[in-house]
Ligand binder design. Sequence first.
Ligand SMILES: [Zn+2]
Length: 83
Amino acid sequence: MGWPITELRLAFAWTCDACGRDNFERGVHRELTAEQLRDRYADAPVDVVTGHELTPPGRVACPHCGAVFKAVTMGQDLGHDSA
Ligand SMILES: [Zn+2]
């Protein structure tokens, strides 16, 4: 008799700058058309092309302290003023 099975989903992790707690957000999942796949992943290895796309939420709220942030992904411009 084996253990019950659960399905893992991809998620986005972030740390709240207000209270320091780690949080996880579900991504926005959508299925891509064949044309969208060709446009976006023409140079990608075949094994990474699944027909599904997971995008991060644009805004997150900390469930611990209620602070709200604009969400950007790693390497994306943080939007700080340079002046
Ligand atoms: Zn917080």
